[in-house]
Design a binder for this molecule. Structure first.
Ligand code: C5P
Length: 242
């Protein structure tokens, strides 16, 4: 059954466009969106995004822009030219950079989301960076994104519950660091299962290796969708079946 608004975003982290496109052809664009990150974009450039569009996938261009406001604004405008569904910047770029990114994306263009604290950062990484408690940092950065008029933030599913007031104010929560029950965390640190992420109020779930490295990626995605459909999801008024 097609989802009207697929909530699972499959991270196509591959060294070659051909491998990413082979995998995409085994998935259904009515059931998931796809994400093009740094590795695949460096290998395949804008052409891989165009090829995914031809396969009817909505594309999240995950290049995490973080530079001076003028440079980030230009990059966001070019991402908008590509017609992607979502694009992101690092919230740590600061309020002026966030505002420049927002202003560069035309009405009806890609959703613009701000990366708060990477899901691969654990307490030791945050301490080494002088960033302290992840929850407090994520909340502060999410507030900056909201004030700059962004459409959402990228955070760990563990932080979704503490951002529900901002979510109700219109900020979508995009959560990588998703690991189905029993899966290995790889290099991720602040992970959660699909059910827990949705119960905590995440909107979109980024799933990479648990699908792309599975022996049968389509079956792995189907299992993720089953877990998502069974999850209890919060609404403003309480909870409902998702
Ligand atoms: O394979 P895995 O499920 O860990 O992939 C997660 C994906 O989400 C990767 O492509 C990674 O670059 C991306 N991502 C992340 N944490 C963020 C933002 C993006 O893991 N904060």
């Amino acid at each position: 059954m097609p989802c009207e608004d697929p909530i699972i975003i499959v991270a196509l982290d591959f060294p070659e466009a051909s491998a990413a496109l082979d995998l995409a052809r085994r998935l259904d664009p009515a059931q998931c969106r796809v994400k093009v990150g740094l590795e695949l974009f460096c290998a395949g450039g804008p052409d891989v995004v165009r090829a995914l569009h031809e396969l009817k996938f909505a594309v999240f261009l995950d290049l995490k822009f973080h530079d001076i406001p003028n440079t980030v604004a230009g990059a966001c405008a070019r991402a908008a030219d590509l017609g992607v569904w979502m694009v992101n910047v690092h919230a740590l770029g600061g309020p002026r950079m966030l505002a420049a990114a927002r202003a560069a994306i035309p009405e009806g263009g890609p959703r613009l989301v701000g990366v708060t604290i990477l899901t691969s950062h654990g307490p030791e990484d945050l301490a080494a960076l002088g960033l302290g408690d992840s929850g407090e940092r994520v909340r502060g950065l999410a507030r900056l994104c909201r004030e700059a008029g962004l459409d959402g933030v990228v955070c760990s599913p563990r932080e979704a519950p503490m951002l529900q007031d901002l979510r109700r104010a219109g900020l979508a929560l995009v959560t990588p660091g998703i690991r189905p029950e029993g899966a290995v965390p790889d290099d991720q640190r602040r992970t959660q299962t699909i059910g827990a992420a949705l119960a905590g109020g995440a909107d979109y779930l980024v799933v990479g290796r648990p699908v792309t490295r599975a022996p049968d990626p389509a079956a792995a995605l189907a299992a993720c969708l089953t877990e998502a459909r069974a999850a209890r999801r919060p609404t403003i008024l309480g909870t409902e079946r998702g």
